[in-house]
Design a binder for this molecule. Structure first.
Ligand code: PLP
Length: 419
């Protein structure tokens, strides 16, 4: 509501300002903005009722037809929703794509990808070190649909080339991989994939996000994110996304999402939309803190091994430097101790919170052998380097001094004078 009298000059000022604000909504008008600017402004709409600076939550199942068959492009919220679309615009801004699609979980995104692109008789290649939920999806569900799959050490492009079959349709890699941080050279695997017509490379880019590693620029066909992690960043929502430059694949994914009902609910999209605005800024601190913690752990006499791509001792440090813009906030480490002692050490931590998930402001620790990777046999875990005492650490935004003090008190509590 306008409270001051509207003189002619003031009216024109209002109109100029409205026109400019309305224009801010259109990403295409702002091609020169950097991603960190786009995630804040790309979805800013000029909300006509109140001028609210935040994009509103369109909590609605359906949309009114102005006359039979005439809508503003939204028909039913299983198909599309403006608030979900606002988050999709922000994600496409960092992916560098025209579109992105949001799903009600990262697993819903992977499931929709499989439903959309695979059929009985097809073959899939998966990274052998990969998120536990992805293993469960293929073992317990996808297998029942007559789709074959093989786990391959995707860190070795020649192993992927050998594993290719005439019916291979999809290569699905995760890099850095959960929880050993093993890296896959995305450009090298894209080359292997594209030698055979019709083979698509999808990358689970949850650990890096497109801000730190743009897998589409590196040659992948599809980028997948669990937005639950760094995109939201506050442990407020579960969600996932898919992005690709291929319009036909986007439309196929959109159709399948609408058909099976895997779109993200608007309130969750709205929360993630607040999170993504600070993603580039948060990642800078996550990376800096993780670097400090990784070096401190590596130098500690009770630590046997630290898996962090930013360390010179990391076997694929050169690849990390080549394909990542920074080294991220995730690592895993092993103690010079029994499994029981390692678990007792985790229990003795006070500031580091023992909880599944990652990429949030809080520092989180998990024991993959009993959490995300509990479905694997001991033998498989050993072969992949997921020892029963391995500790996965998602470094948050607390001051690293406080985190180190927490590690010190836990070492002292479990190992006494030796620490
Ligand atoms: C969490 C996670 C997923 C699954 O995402 P949800 O949002 O939990 O369904 C997939 N991949 C990776 C690497 C993850 O960390």
């Amino acid at each position: 509501m306008e409270t001051r009298s509207a003189t002619p000059s003031r009216v024109s000022l209002i109109f100029t300002r409205r026109a400019r604000c309305a224009g801010e909504f259109l990403l295409s008008d702002q091609p020169s903005f950097q991603p960190s600017t786009k995630v804040i402004h790309s979805n800013r709409s000029y909300e006509k009722q109140s001028n609210s600076i935040l994009f509103p939550i369109h909590q609605t199942a359906t949309y009114i037809h102005e006359s039979v068959g005439v809508t503003k492009g939204y028909g039913y919220s299983r198909g599309a929703n403006p608030t979900v679309n606002a988050l999709e615009q922000a994600i496409s801004a960092i992916e560098g794509t025209a579109h992105a699609l949001c799903f009600r979980s990262g697993m819903a995104a992977i499931s929709t990808l499989c439903f959309a692109l695979l059929k009985a008789g097809d073959h899939v290649i998966l990274s052998e070190v990969i998120y536990g939920g992805t293993i469960r999806l293929f073992h317990q569900v996808i297998r029942n649909f007559g789709i074959e799959f093989d786990y391959v050490d995707t860190a070795k492009p020649e192993a992927v080339a050998t594993a290719m079959k005439p019916n291979t349709k999809l290569i699905f890699v995760e890099t850095p991989a959960n929880p050993t941080m093993r890296l896959t050279d995305i450009a090298a695997i894209a080359e292997v994939a594209h030698k055979q017509p019709g083979v698509l490379l999808a990358v689970d880019n949850t650990f890096m996000t497109p801000v730190l590693q743009n897998c589409l620029d590196l040659g992948a066909d599809i980028s997948m994110l669990s937005t639950t992690k760094y995109i939201d960043g506050h442990n407020a929502t579960i969600g996932g996304s898919l992005a690709t430059h291929d319009e036909a694949i986007t439309e196929r994914l959109r159709l399948v999402r609408k058909t099976i009902g895997t779109i993200q609910p608007p309130f969750d999209s709205w929360l993630a939309l607040q999170g993504i605005k600070t993603l580039p800024a948060r990642l800078e601190v996550h990376c800096r803190n993780a670097g400090v913690i990784a070096e401190w752990l590596e130098a500690h006499p009770l630590v046997a091994k630290v898996n962090y791509p930013g360390l010179k001792s990391f076997s694929q440090h050169e690849l990390a430097k080549k394909q990542q813009k920074a080294f991220g906030g995730m690592m895993s480490f092993e103690l010079k101790a029994t499994t029981e002692q390692a678990l007792a050490f985790m229990n003795a931590l006070k500031l580091c919170t023992c909880a599944e998930s990652l990429g949030s402001v809080e520092t989180l620790i998990t024991n993959p052998a009993t959490a995300s990777h509990c479905d694997l046999s001991d033998e498989t875990r050993d072969r992949l380097g997921i020892s029963s005492g391995l500790i996965r650490l998602s470094v948050g935004l607390e001051d690293p001094k406080d985190l180190i003090a927490d590690f010190e008190q836990a070492f002292a509590a479990i190992f006494g004078a030796k620490a």
